[in-house]
Structures are given as C-alpha cells and as structure tokens.
Design a protein around this ligand. Structure first.
Ligand SMILES: C[S@@+](CC[C@H](N)C(=O)[O-])C[C@H]1O[C@@H](n2cnc3c(N)ncnc32)[C@H](O)[C@@H]1O
Length: 278
C-alpha cells in the first residue's frame, strides 16, 4: 500500500478549504441514502465518511444514521472539522487512512468518500471498505468535476471571456503545479468504478453556485496547485491579483467587487455499490 499523499496538511489550507470549497447538494446525500434503503432497512447504526476534510460531506449524513464518523489522514483537516460549530451530536471525527479505516469489521451500513478517492490507493480502499461494511451495506463515491464560470445575467460574450481567463489560468500558469491525479477531476472519475456486481454511476446531478467575486478568487486560492505554486515561488507576486483585475475588466465598469456575483457550474458523479449478502 502506498504512503498517503499529504497535500491537505497545512492548517492554512484547511481553513481556506473550509471557507471556499463548494459543498455537494443535499439531494446527493438523499440519493445515496435512498440507494442504501433499497436493500437494507433501518436502524442504520453507523456511516463513515472517508477523506472527510473539514466535515462538509460528513454532517449531511447525520439525520440518517445513529452515528457518523468522519475519517481523514490529515490532522489539520480533522482539527478544522472538530472545531465546526454546526457538528450534530452524533458526528465524530478520527484521524486515519482510507486504506485502513479505523472501525471494526462488519460494522458500517454506509461508507462515503467525497472528492477524495483519487488521492487514495483505490484497490486497498475498496478492500478495506469490504471489510468494514455490513452485508448489503453500501459504498458511495462522489466527486464534482471542473467548474465553468459564467455571468449570472447570461451575457454570452462575457461568459466566453471569463471561461478563457479561467482555463488559461487553470491549464497555463497552474498547469505545471497540478498533481497527476487531477486528471480524475478533469475526466469526472471516468477511471473509477465500484467493484461490486450491479454497481452504478449516476451523472444526473450538477453543482451550481452563485458566489461573489472575492469568493470565486478564494475558491481558486484553495486549489492544491495554488498552494504548490506559492510554495515553489515564495517571492512571486500572488497571480490571483492579476486574475481578479482581468476578471473585473471583463465583468465591466459597474462591477462592485464585493457584491457582483458569478455563477459556477460543475458536473457531479455519484458511484454507488452494495456489498453482496454472504
Ligand atoms: C478534497 S478533500 C475532500 C473533503 C470533503 N470530503 C469534501 O467533500 O470536500 C480530500 C481529503 O482527502 C484526504 N485524504 C487524502 N488521502 C487520504 C487517505 N489516504 N486517507 C484518508 N484521507 C485522505 C485529504 O487529507 C483531504 O482532506
């Protein structure tokens, strides 16, 4: 089993991540629970969210399970998760690896992994999921692909320019700083499937967010490539300053940075699989 990749370790990254990272819509979690209910009935004692980060994919599970455990390899992410004030009482966090999930055999109704499995040793993860799942328990792997920005007013000329700016930054300046595993986000998890018979892929969801210009810039600052760029070029001026200037130029003179919103859209994939009965 390969050593875990620790790109999310710094406390500064954990807090930027928490503030600006998008959240999967509640409907995705409802879809996952519906899938579980197809072959398993309540009570659902335990769900485990692996690669939980600061817990944004963990907390939505709380209403459906007696207990939910968020697991992450990064101490900084777990610290950030524990500190959240909206943690329901039945949610707990543990430091641990997806490849050796820190819970007993045959104890879990649902394992989720959102926006994280591309960092894991996937074969070792699936093997350990099989160890911890109860019969007819489910694994749900979710991710969102790349965001495409557009104006909220549907101005196609500005949309095109914004998208050019976004992709030039993503593939140009940031291009050399993405980990090779970023391809899994580019291709929306095309290379992943759950190794249980009858497992499915649901592409019917979309992530749509309208956020202010500073939040859009904040979101880009949470990219792992941005952290890698800043580490390798500590004396370089922050490239997001130029990015924001150009963005405001495109959006127009009437732009009020704090109030003007942009819309971001990304495809979502949900992979669902069920452990067969013995
Ligand atoms: C992009 S974040 C996803 C956070 C959250 N689940 C979400 O929906 O946004 C990926 C997380 O996976 C964690 N991670 C990476 N490799 C891991 C591993 N082998 N085992 C457990 N967690 C891991 C990272 O520390 C990071 O917090």
């Amino acid at each position: 089993m390969a050593a875990p990749i620790k790109l999310f370790e710094e406390a500064a990254h954990a807090s930027v991540y928490l503030k600006y990272r998008p959240r999967l819509p509640q409907k995705v979690f409802e879809r996952i629970v519906e899938y579980l209910k197809e072959k398993k009935s309540k009570p659902f004692k335990l769900a485990v969210d692996v690669g939980c980060g600061p817990g944004q994919s963990t907390r939505p599970l709380a209403p459906h399970f007696e207990k939910v455990i968020g697991v992450d390899v990064s101490d900084a992410q777990i610290e950030a998760a524990v500190k959240q004030t909206d943690n329901p009482p039945n949610v707990e966090y543990r430091t641990g690896q997806g490849e050796t999930i820190p819970v007993p055999d045959n104890s879990v109704s649902l394992v989720t992994c959102c926006q994280a499995v591309h960092w894991f040793d996937y074969a070792a993860f699936c093997k350990d999921v099989d160890r911890v799942l109860l019969p007819s328990g489910c694994l749900a792997v979710c991710a969102y692909g790349n965001f495409v920005p557009e104006t909220c007013e549907g101005d196609l000329t500005k949309d095109k320019k914004m998208q050019q700016l976004h992709w030039n930054f993503y593939k140009g300046l940031m291009g050399a700083y993405w980990d090779d595993r970023r391809r899994h986000i580019d291709n929306v998890y095309a290379e992943f499937s759950i190794p249980y018979e009858g497992s499915i892929r649901d592409d019917s969801f979309q992530l749509v967010q309208e956020i202010t210009v500073p939040s859009y810039i904040g979101y880009i600052s949470s990219w792992s490539s941005m952290r890698a760029f800043l580490r390798k070029n500590p004396d370089s001026p922050n490239p997001l300053i130029g990015f924001q200037e150009r963005l405001i130029e495109i959006l127009g003179a009437e732009t009020q940075t704090e109030q003007t919103k942009v819309r971001l859209k990304a495809p979502i994939v949900v992979l669902l699989g069920r452990k067969p009965p013995p």
